[in-house]
Design a protein around this ligand. Structure first.
Ligand code: SAM
Length: 239
C-alpha cells in the first residue's frame, strides 16, 4: 500500500516511520510512504502556500492552488474524477472538523491501494479543498492540533499494522482492542503480564502460568470484558 503525505514540513516525518512495525513494513516492501513538500507546487520566489482569510480575521489559510496542483500531479486522473469516485485511491484532509478516525475507518482505509493525506496548518485550509478535492475530512480527536502531520502519522501507523504480513503473526492484530475478532467483538484487549511472576509482591495471575490453553483463553476473555466494563463501558453499550 502506498501512503502519500502532503505537508509544508516534510522533515517532520523523519522520526515517526523510522522505527518498529511501520519501519519493518517499509523494509519488507508492504508499505511505501511518500512525503511530498507542498511548496514544490508553488511558482513564486517565496514558495507561498498561504494567504489572508477573506472577510478578515486572525491567521493565514492554506491556498487551494498548490493543494489541487499537488494531488493532480500525484494522481493525474483526478483532474477528471470527482471526489468520492475511487475507493482505491482516497484523498483525506486532516481536519479538527472531520469525522472521527477509529478502528473501523482504519479497517476501511487498509483496503485502498493508495491513501493521500493532506496536512493543514495555520487557521486551516481553503474550504474548496474539503468540497472539491478531498474524498473525506478526518479528525483524530476532539481537540485542535497545530497541524495535520501528527494526524497523518497516526492514521498511517494504525492502517499499516492491519496490512497482511506486517505483524509477525497475521492473527495478532485480531486480538487488539476495538477489533471485531479476538476476545469479543470490539472490546478492549485483555490485560497482559510478563516476568517476573512476582514483582514487589504483586503477582501475575496463576491461570496464565499453568499452561492450560482453554483456561487461559477463558481468563483472557473474562478480563477483557471486565476491563472494558471498567474503562470503556460505552463499547459494551454499543454492542
Ligand atoms: N481553525 C481550525 C478549527 O478550529 O477547526 C483549526 C486549524 S488547526 C490550527 C491547523 C490544522 O491542523 C488543520 O487544518 C488540520 O489539518 C490540523 N488539525 C488540527 N486539529 C486536528 C484534529 N483534531 N484532527 C486532525 N487534524 C487536525
Amino acid at each position: 500500500m502506498i501512503f502519500h503525505v502532503l505537508t509544508i514540513f516534510p522533515e517532520f516525518f523523519e522520526g515517526p516511520f523510522a522505527y518498529g512495525v511501520v519501519k519493518r513494513a517499509q523494509d519488507a516492501g508492504i508499505v511505501e510512504i511518500r512525503i511530498h513538500n507542498l511548496r514544490d507546487w508553488t511558482h513564486d520566489r517565496h514558495k507561498t502556500v498561504d494567504d489572508r482569510p477573506f472577510g478578515g480575521g486572525e491567521g493565514m489559510v492554506l491556498k487551494p492552488e498548490p493543494l489541487f496542483a499537488a494531488v493532480e500531479s500525484i494522481w493525474p486522473e483526478r483532474v477528471s474524477q470527482p471526489p468520492g469516485s475511487s475507493s482505491q485511491r482516497r484523498t483525506v484532509l486532516l481536519s479538527a472538523q472531520g469525522r472521527m478516525f477509529g478502528q473501523e475507518m482504519a479497517d476501511r482505509f487498509k483496503e485502498c491501494e493508495e491513501l493521500l493525506l493532506i496536512c493543514g496548518r495555520y487557521e486551516g485550509v481553503d474550504e474548496r479543498v474539503a468540497e472539491h478535492l478531498a474524498d473525506e475530512e478526518v479528525s483524530i480527536g476532539n481537540y485542535v492540533l497545530s497541524g495535520g502531520e501528527l494526524g497523518a502519522a497516526v492514521i498511517i501507523d494504525a492502517v499499516a499494522r492491519l496490512l497482511p504480513g506486517v505483524l509477525g503473526n497475521d492473527t495478532s492484530a485480531a486480538f487488539d482492542s476495538f477489533q471485531a475478532g479476538g476476545h469479543g467483538e470490539g472490546l478492549l484487549d485483555c490485560p497482559h503480564w510478563t516476568r517476573p511472576a512476582d514483582f514487589r509482591g504483586w503477582k501475575a495471575p496463576e491461570t496464565l502460568l499453568n499452561g492450560n490453553h482453554e483456561e487461559i483463553r477463558q481468563f483472557r476473555r473474562r478480563t477483557a470484558l471486565e476491563k472494558t466494563a471498567r474503562l470503556r463501558p460505552d463499547l459494551l453499550a454499543e454492542r
